[in-house]
Ligand binder design. Structure first.
Ligand SMILES: NC(=O)c1ccc[n+]([C@@H]2O[C@H](COP(=O)([O-])OP(=O)(O)OC[C@H]3O[C@@H](n4cnc5c(N)ncnc54)[C@H](O)[C@@H]3O)[C@@H](O)[C@H]2O)c1
Length: 357
């Protein structure tokens, strides 16, 4: 058992804040482990990046399916608000820690899911070194944890592995067109390195690994200021500002609603597939059309303005999901209209709360 003084000291070093984070000491982890033994069927997952947009939805999903979840997050781009609703959940714990540092989790672990990483261009351009570190050292540390615990492993990779693709839609067999030394290279190459490391642990150590290449996903809990297209458009429209579209707006994206993505991830987690699998919505739309849809749904009257395209911005982004369909029997169900309505509601609430502060 660890002393109160020790706990205070760790909090002073900002490793263990109060509240929801309180139950993160060895004692609590030990009791989780004991409960797990008592309830032999409860699976225990470690989710890195659990206070982020996707990580928090994944925690919700796993908890709803009877799992026990320990989330590890340093809150660099995530927020406690994303998991506040889980504060009293008996099978949920949160640990504030940087996964680029050594990770030790007392007790058994069945699954390690590595979702920690800055993910929006604004974030990773502001945090280039942290992004490279979490993709490399963070992946190494989480793989080490999986190996030590004989746990399965899951990597959240990205469609950015394809770079500015010369093939569309992008199948998993496409090796990509990435500029490794451009500003976006910090994210793209970190994820490509992470994939290589995961495959090496699978081949060399026999770790049961899985890799998802996530295409643009949207939904409640995205940050209004995270710089991605949808929150940007919404924020500008709600502020009564012109909506900024980069380039001519003819570049395409495909947007997957978060519940569809998480369902695909869960199926992939339970599958026997070790090589990367695309999960995304193949409904392709130009960025200009997307901005117009958002503007119409919000009833905004502000104009759309055009600004220069950022360096290495992909011109096309559309997943080939034949493999996910065949292997997982998965395909997205939520259409853009419905997904946008659900998301815009949550953005409006977030905006009103921010204005009231
Ligand atoms: N959202 C998307 O459309 C999308 C697309 C492709 C891939 N992904 C991948 O999915 C994952 C989650 O993305 P998201 O959109 O939820 O981003 P997010 O920024 O909302 O969440 C990432 C979380 O990771 C945490 N984190 C970052 N570095 C950390 C570190 N060193 N130690 C501990 N925690 C750390 C952040 O605090 C945050 O809570 C990322 O790995 C991202 O690359 C997301």
């Amino acid at each position: 058992m660890r002393s109160q003084a020790g706990m205070k000291e760790r909090r002073a070093r900002n490793m263990e804040p109060a509240g929801i984070w309180e139950n993160t000491d060895d004692e609590a982890a030990g009791s989780i482990a004991k409960r797990r033994n008592d309830e032999a069927k409860t699976m225990r997952a470690v989710v890195t990046g659990g206070a982020g947009f996707l990580g928090s939805h994944l925690c919700d999903y796993l908890l709803d399916h009877g799992w026990e979840v320990l989330s590890i997050d340093n809150l660099v781009t995530g927020t406690q608000a994303n998991v506040r609703h889980l504060a009293e959940h008996p099978r949920f714990r949160m640990l504030q820690q940087d996964v680029t540092k050594f990770i030790d989790v007392p007790g058994p672990v069945d699954y390690v899911l590595h979702f920690a990483s800055p993910a929006s261009p604004v974030d990773y351009l502001k945090l280039p070194i942290q992004t490279l570190k979490v993709g490399s050292l963070g992946t190494l540390n989480t793989l080490g944890l999986a190996l030590a615990k004989k746990a399965k492993y899951f990597l959240a990779s990205t469609s950015e592995c394809y770079g500015d693709p010369l093939v569309s839609p992008q199948p998993e067999t496409y090796w990509g067109n990435v500029n490794p030394i451009g500003p976006r290279g910090v994210y793209d190459e970190a994820k490509r390195f992470a994939e290589a490391m995961v495959m090496a642990y699978h081949r060399a150590h026999g770790v049961d690994t899985h890799i998802v290449r996530i295409f643009n996903t949207y939904g409640p809990r995205m940050r209004l200021n995270d710089g991605r297209a949808l929150p940007n458009f919404v924020h500008q429209a709600l502020m009564g500002q012109p909506i900024t579209v980069y380039g001519s707006g003819k570049q395409t994206r495909s947007f997957c609603y978060v519940s569809d993505l998480i369902e695909g991830i869960y199926r992939l987690m339970l599958s026997e597939e070790h090589e990367p699998t695309n999960i995304g919505n193949p409904q392709e739309i130009t960025i200009l059309e997307f901005a117009e849809r958002v503007r119409a749904l919000l009833g905004a009257t502000t104009p759309i303005v055009f600004e220069p395209l950022p360096q290495d911005d992909p011109k096309q982004r559309c997943p080939d999901i034949s493999k996910a369909r065949r292997l997982l029997g998965w395909e997205p169900k939520v259409n853009l209209e419905d997904g946008l309505r659900l998301t815009l509601e949550s953005f409006k609430k977030q905006f009103a709360e921010a204005q009231a502060r």
